[in-house]
Each structure stands twice: as structure tokens, then as C-alpha cells.
Design a protein around this ligand. Structure first.
Ligand code: PLP
Length: 405
């Protein structure tokens, strides 16, 4: 390990297991290590750097705002927050948006909104509201959120957990219908599960889910923190099925890769359950976050990145699907959001990811022995080809060494 990696390991908590590379610079789809070696970033910071690293327009927005006005808290109006929220609502079609910082905070906001709506509007008896989520979900790391994770490690040692959550299988709309009771406030779902392994549900699943929620007066809350803002080739992944949820969470790419910026968006009837003092965040919606978030949304539209992600995403999936190698179990994805699942008994995704690092491609494995690909949306077809060629070689190497072993 390098000195810097050792320093991080020596003084940090061991809640991550980074790959053995220390990154010192980034530009566009590229990252450089301390030895000056260049890598293609096929991971995109778990989808937080959709615009590429250090996008000049976003950096400019950040610097200019930082030189003019920093944090003022929400005790006052700012000249930045209104335009940011208005743009987010105009693009997504929602009436109102509540700014937070991390994705987990936006999800917590959605959960609080849904519960309060259940008591104040739907008429659920006090403290009886239920929220249904999906197996394999990832919505963040707070205690209430990991309390309904189906990943044992995320929960182990962190209980007791809040009550009022239950899980149904992802991709099974009838299981949702069967789980709904008169006390159900909401169904919380990722249109495509990211951390769970880039799991794409069967066609019309989300449309079915939306119909079931509406028929039962249950809110549909879509967590698009990872799948949103062009990642899947549509502005929102739920638009592939023409679904308009009652509540939406955005984060990750919304901060342009520069800052944590998240939003909970909703129709006015839902958002109005919040009254002054109910909920908040010191830094949520601060002028710098708002300036960067607005610049990120403008950049997404001006650079036509959603359309671009659809085109080059189809190319990526086409290239990944045509790799012929017996260690691949399945290729899944949509737009620039792809997972290559390996047969568990034939290869380890972590080993492949380490070999890819040596070949100059950065990515990371996720659940279900899957290698994820979520590059910046600005990537072009020749850059994708280069990365997929490296993957093809590494998979061949891995398959050969597995046979010998
Ligand atoms: C990353 C992620 C979150 C949590 O975001 P943080 O900013 O890490 O708190 C929530 N939901 C989904 C779908 C995510 O991918």
C-alpha cells in the first residue's frame, strides 16, 4: 500500500475496503493515481459523477457561489434556493421539492412525509402506519433504513429498529397487492435496484405497482437517487413505463459530483403535511448546494445527456451482452447503468475488478457477484469500446486461470 493509503487505513474506520489505488486528480471520464497513471472511471462514484469529474461549468458555479454567499441556514430566504427548486419541479413535473444533503436524508424525508400523510390525510390510526419496501433494496445507511434492508450485514449489530416496515419480493406486483392493508401508507421502491445488483424488474412491473398503489390509496415513492437524472436513458427511470410516482427522491448526480445535494419531490397534497419545525437540515438547500444543483440540472439539459445516455447506453449493453465467456451468468441494465453477473462457482467479481484496475479501468463489484458499470454520462462509444475490450481480456484471463486451478 502507498503511504497515503496507509494513512487513510491507520486513522480511518474500516467501513470500506478500497481497491489498492490512490486517486489524486480527475477530469471528465478519467482519474489519475499518485504515480500519474490514468484510469477510465466506469464506476462514476456510484453514479454521483454523471457529468464527468470536475466539469468546468459546475466547478465555476461552485466557485462563484462560494465567493458570493455560503451557508445561511433555512432561517432566511436565499436568492439561490427558489430557482433550483423551481427547475427541479419543472423538469420532473412535481409541485414541490424539499432539499436535503445525502440520499439517505431524502429517503428519511420521504418516509416521514408518507407516515404523516397516512395519519393526517388517509386516516390511519396513530402509530399504525406501514411502509412496504422491496427485497434487495438499498436506500441508505441510517438506522431506520437499514432496519428494512434484506442484507443481513447492513442490519447486524445495529438493532433495535423502528417498526412499521415490511418487505415484498422485488419485481412481483401481486406480492405487493397481497401485502397492502388499510394501514399501508406507501410502497418505497427503486425502479432499477442499483446496489442490489443492477436488478431490472420485469416489463410493466412499475406500471402495475403504480396502478395497485392508486387503487388502494397507497403512496408510490420512487427512489431514483441512483437511477434518476438520465442514468437509464430517460430523465427518470420510472418514465420508461410512463409512471408518475407520488414522491420522488433524487441525489448523487444532483450534486454534480462536487457536493452532496438531494431532494424529496412530491405533489403539493403530500408535501403540505410538513409545517414549520417538522423537519429540516442545517445545510440542506444552502446557496452553494442550490447553485451547483441548478447548474447540474441545466448541464443535463443543455448537453443533452439524457439522450446521449440512451444512445451510448444501448451501445454499452450491446457490447457487454456480446462478450462470449462461460464465467458470465447474466448481463443486466438500462442506459448507462449495467451489471455483469458472474457465475459464483466460476469467478469472483472482486478478483475481476482488481484485474480491471491493473488494466486501467475502475469499477467495483456489487451484490450477486456483479460488476457494475455506471460511467459518467459524457462517455462516448470509443471510450466504452476501450473499457469493454479491457473487460473482455480480463474475463478471458480469469476464465483461463479458473480452469487451470
Ligand atoms: C446511494 C443511494 C442512496 C443513499 O445515498 P447517500 O447519499 O449515500 O446517503 C439511497 N438510495 C439509492 C437508490 C442509492 O443508490
Amino acid at each position: 500500500m502507498s503511504d497515503l493509503a496507509n494513512l487513510e487505513a491507520r486513522y480511518g474506520a474500516e467501513n470500506y475496503a478500497p481497491l489498492p489505488v490512490t486517486i489524486v486528480r480527475g477530469e471528465g471520464i478519467y482519474l489519475w493515481d499518485e504515480a500519474g497513471r490514468r484510469y477510465v472511471d466506469m464506476m462514476g462514484a456510484y453514479s454521483a459523477v454523471s457529468f464527468g469529474h470536475c466539469h468546468p461549468r459546475l466547478v465555476k458555479a461552485l466557485i462563484e457561489q462560494a465567493q458570493r454567499l455560503d451557508t445561511i441556514s433555512r432561517a432566511y430566504f436565499s436568492d439561490r434556493l427558489g430557482p433550483f427548486l423551481a427547475k427541479a419541479c419543472a423538469l420532473t413535473g412535481f409541485d414541490a421539492a424539499l432539499p436535503m444533503n445525502s440520499g439517505a436524508e431524502a429517503v428519511e424525508t420521504a418516509l416521514k412525509a408518507a407516515r404523516k400523510w397516512a395519519y393526517k390525510v388517509k386516516g390511519v390510526p396513530s402509530d399504525r402506519a406501514e411502509i412496504i419496501a422491496a427485497d434487495g433494496n438499498f436506500h441508505g445507511r441510517t438506522i431506520s433504513i437499514v432496519g428494512f434492508s434484506s442484507v443481513a450485514q447492513y442490519r447486524d449489530g445495529f438493532g433495535p429498529f423502528p417498526l412499521g416496515f415490511k418487505l415484498v419480493p422485488f419485481g412481483d406486483a401481486s406480492a405487493l397487492a397481497a401485502a397492502i392493508t388499510p394501514n399501508t401508507a406507501a410502497f418505497l421502491v427503486e425502479p432499477i435496484q442499483g446496489e442490489g445488483g443492477i436488478n431490472v424488474p420485469p416489463p410493466v412491473y412499475l406500471a402495475e405497482v403504480a396502478r395497485i398503489c392508486r387503487a388502494n390509496n397507497v403512496l408510490l415513492l420512487c427512489d431514483e437517487i441512483q437511477s434518476g437524472l438520465g442514468r437509464t436513458g430517460r430523465l427518470l427511470a420510472c418514465q420508461h413505463e410512463g409512471v408518475v410516482p407520488d414522491g420522488l427522491m433524487l441525489g448523487k448526480a444532483l450534486g454534480g459530483g462536487l457536493l452532496p445535494v438531494s431532494l424529496f419531490l412530491a405533489r403539493r397534497e403530500l408535501m403540505q403535511v410538513f409545517t414549520p419545525g417538522d423537519h429540516g437540515s442545517t445545510f440542506g438547500g444552502n446557496p452553494i448546494a442550490a447553485a451547483v444543483g441548478l447548474a447540474a440540472l441545466d448541464t443535463l439539459i443543455d448537453e443533452r445527456l439524457v439522450e446521449h445516455a440512451a444512445t451510448v447506453g444501448a451501445h454499452l449493453l450491446g457490447r457487454l451482452s456480446s462478450i462470449k465467456n462461460p464465467i458470465i451468468r447474466e448481463v443486466r441494465g438500462c442506459g448507462l447503468f449495467a451489471g455483469v453477473e458472474l457465475h459464483r462457482n466460476r469467478a469472483n467479481a472482486d478478483t475481476v475488478v482488481r484485474r480491471l484496475l491493473q488494466a486501467g479501468v475502475l469499477t467495483k463489484d456489487t451484490h450477486r457477484n456483479t460488476i457494475r458499470f455506471a460511467p459518467p454520462l459524457i462517455i462516448d462509444e470509443s471510450q466504452i469500446d476501450w473499457a469493454v475490450n479491457r473487460l473482455t481480456e480480463v474475463l478471458e484471463e480469469t476464465a483461463a486461470s479458473t480452469v487451470q486451478a
